[in-house]
Design a binder for this molecule. Structure first.
Ligand SMILES: [Zn+2]
Length: 277
């Protein structure tokens, strides 16, 4: 039952995130009624039901009959699946801290999904979403530290870093992961003068490191490059892109991060299992 509630909640938020990405791009107000991006006519509430309206309207605007992008239902479903996963993994109605933890992951997932859509459409990372999310992630890490809740979820682990530890200072492993991931993408971006990787990806890496912690960030980066490479090969073989054309990278980083959040344990044990025969 909990999962279904999270799923439906995800459909609704997903529908909002689609609109949010679009409105940020045209610097519109975030609130206010939805309208068709093509004919600009306001969409009535009954045509604005996540997923259902898309099917009932057969992917066409009621007014101008222009096609509604598949992006809308797909991202709604994607958000719903992620929300259901977060509900299943982190939420336990009887445990107070799990409410905070669940809220944190839902917020982070929402921010990542908007960045995913935005980078996919406009090849740019929206700072207006990224920086508040980084701020919130730092806050959550500090909260973990202050409360000494090292067992709160598997990413809540606090890592004492050598001499910092000796001074009695603890550094959340998220900071280490963020610094490492940022340095890596910053170097790629600087070396290639933003041809291989944009500076936006380096800033995004800070957020991903904070969310995942060390060493889970390594798995996320590995997955991102693997998924990106497969996607690139498919596009090139379908002759949709040339070797040199640019593909936005944030969607792959975000996909890798989401997979790492949910599956890093089975993936790592599977990988380690390869060496024990
Ligand atoms: Zn229309």
């Amino acid at each position: 039952m909990t999962i279904i509630i999270f799923f439906i909640f995800g459909l609704i938020i997903g529908s909002f995130l689609n609109v949010l990405a679009y409105r940020i791009s045209i610097a519109e107000t975030i609130l206010g009624r939805s309208f068709c991006p093509k004919c600009k006519k306001q969409i009535s509430w009954y045509d604005n039901v996540p997923l259902l309206s898309f099917i009932l309207l057969r992917a066409k605007c009621r007014n101008c009959k222009k096609k509604i992008s598949w992006q809308y239902p797909l991202m709604e479903l994607f958000t719903a699946a992620i929300f259901a996963g977060i509900g299943a993994k982190f939420f336990d109605a009887g445990v107070a801290v799990s409410w905070i933890e669940t809220g944190y992951y839902l917020t982070m997932a929402s921010a990542l999904i908007v960045i995913f859509i935005y980078d996919w459409l406009y090849m740019e990372i929206p700072g207006i979403v990224l920086w508040p999310a980084i701020f919130a992630a730092v806050g959550f890490n500090l909260w973990l530290d202050w409360n000494g809740v090292s067992d709160l979820g598997e990413f809540g682990n606090v890592l004492s870093l050598g001499w910092l530890g000796m001074l009695g200072l603890k550094t959340p492993s998220g900071v280490l992961a963020a610094a490492a991931a940022f340095t890596f993408f910053f170097s790629l971006s600087a070396m290639s003068r933003e041809k291989w990787m944009g500076m936006g990806d380096a800033y995004l890496a800070i957020l991903l490191g904070l969310i995942l912690g060390w060493p889970q960030i390594l798995l996320a980066l590995f997955l991102a490059f693997a998924i990106g490479a497969i996607y690139g090969i498919i596009l090139i073989s379908l002759k949709k892109k040339k070797m040199k054309s640019q593909i936005p990278f944030a969607p792959f980083l975000i996909a890798g991060t989401l997979i790492a959040i949910f599956f890093h344990q089975p993936i790592i044990s599977w990988y380690l299992g390869l060496f024990i025969v």
